[in-house]
Design a protein around this ligand. Structure first.
Ligand SMILES: Cc1cc2nc3c(=O)[nH]c(=O)nc-3n(C[C@H](O)[C@H](O)[C@H](O)COP(=O)(O)OP(=O)(O)OC[C@H]3O[C@@H](n4cnc5c(N)ncnc54)[C@H](O)[C@@H]3O)c2cc1C
Length: 362
């Protein structure tokens, strides 16, 4: 049986980063996945992901975000596009209140702007608008490929087309069983995305997998140069700078629960279609109602929509990231590094108790 210093289960957004950080420390490591690099069956596909610093979800993500900015740039300076993001919503809504709280606590640049300065978005008259110039987007598949290529360059092995069936921690080490063979390792990182329930079944994590839709509509690129995140009474909608005559957008709120991400439908959903089309008609006057592309993807939600990144209780050798709740990709490099720290006894300067498993202990 082949033996490794460290095995990573799942080499999507987070696992690819963990594999790179493990390999760059000189560890002999293996990454395992059922699907090929940058595949479209999990949660890390669809051309792009927003990245932002003034984090409305929780200000404690900001140090990890700053670190992720540096790590993305170090991996490949062409990945992170600082296009800026416009936030709009009620002054007392989760988005605006959260952005301002993070900006205040961490001294971030967020400008108050007039909705009339951004006529390409029809922002409700009573909404507050903010612009974060350092926010932007990442090309998601290229990022996964970059982490995997860098990991291989550092000597990691990557096997895909292999389904992980089980893993066991014994005193002598960790055994991983796949449909192709068995492997052993001194340490294990689990980054199973929408399949975390299966790969971490012993933890009975409070996770719900939801199906989300991405849409690309026709427009003129020069009208939409920034990302946007708009909170309305009926939901949160976001989008990306237009490229090649297409603007990509989606609804962040909502989502339909799925029991098996492997067999879940990937077709368009009439309700989601209608909500997106109504959002375009009401708020994006420069976007044509011509849908050019659709994709579906999975959020893995926790009850509080914050991640769970921790060690398996009682184990210093196994760590996991799960429940990234639809906002984890931007943090992939910092989380990958953190996971490797957690199983190698490395110290981390980040306070990550807010994403610890302990908060669900009760
Ligand atoms: C529509 C959508 C929009 C999003 N927008 C943003 C955004 O703008 N900004 C942002 O930061 N985040 C965003 N996210 C969230 C972000 O993309 C995810 O949090 C992140 O990509 C998840 O990475 P992951 O490694 O956990 O999962 P994945 O990338 O899906 O990786 C999990 C891997 O584990 C493998 N695996 C699981 N079980 C097994 C098994 N038994 N055998 C073999 N392999 C297995 C899978 O094949 C997969 O490759 C979005 C997500 C979606 C779906």
């Amino acid at each position: 049986m082949a033996h490794y210093d460290l095995i990573v289960l799942g080499t999507g957004g987070i696992g690819s980063a963990a594999l790179f950080h493990a390999a760059s420390r000189g560890l002999r490591c293996l990454g395992l996945d059922r699907f090929p690099p940058a595949h479209d069956r999990g949660s890390s596909h669809g051309e792009s992901r927003l990245i932002r610093l003034s984090y409305f979800e929780h200000p404690d993500y900001v140090p990890l975000l700053r670190h992720s900015y540096a790590l993305w740039d170090a991996l490949d300076p062409s990945l992170l596009h600082r296009s800026g993001i416009l936030y709009a919503g009620p002054a007392e809504g989760d988005t605006i209140r959260g952005v301002l709280a993070s900006a205040r606590e961490h001294d971030l640049t967020v400008d108050r702007v007039e909705a009339s300065d951004f006529p390409q978005y029809l922002i409700p008259g009573d909404a507050c608008a903010l612009f974060e110039p350092d926010a932007g987007w990442l090309p998601v598949e290229a990022c996964v490929r970059a982490h995997l290529a860098a990991a291989l360059h550092q000597g990691a092995e990557h096997r895909w087309g292999e389904t992980i069936e089980d893993w066991r921690e014994r005193e002598a080490g960790i055994q991983v069983i796949t449909d192709r063979g068995n492997y052993s390792a001194d340490r294990l990182v689990v980054a199973g995305g929408a399949w975390s329930h299966q790969l971490l079944s012993q933890l009975d994590l409070p996770l719900t997998v939801t199906r989300k839709h991405l849409h690309w509509f026709q427009c003129q690129d020069q009208r939409y140069q920034h990302g946007f995140f708009i909170e309305l009474p009926h939901g949160q909608f976001y989008g990306f700078p237009a490229r090649d005559g297409r603007l990509k957008l989606a609804e962040h709120s909502g989502g339909e629960a799925v029991t098996d991400p492997l067999t879940a439908s990937r077709e368009r959903d009439p309700t989601d279609d209608q909500r997106i089309e109504a959002f375009i008609a009401d708020h994006l006057p420069g976007v044509m109602p011509t849908r050019l592309k659709h994709a579906s993807c999975f959020y893995t939600m926790t009850p509080d929509a914050d991640f769970i990144v921790d060690n398996i209780p009682g184990s210093e050798r196994v760590a996991f990231a799960a429940g990234l709740s639809g906002h984890g990709f931007k943090l992939a490099p910092a989380l990958g590094q953190l996971l490797v720290d957690r199983v190698t006894g490395g110290s981390s300067s980040f306070d990550t108790r807010f994403i610890g498993l302990q908060r669900f202990a009760a």
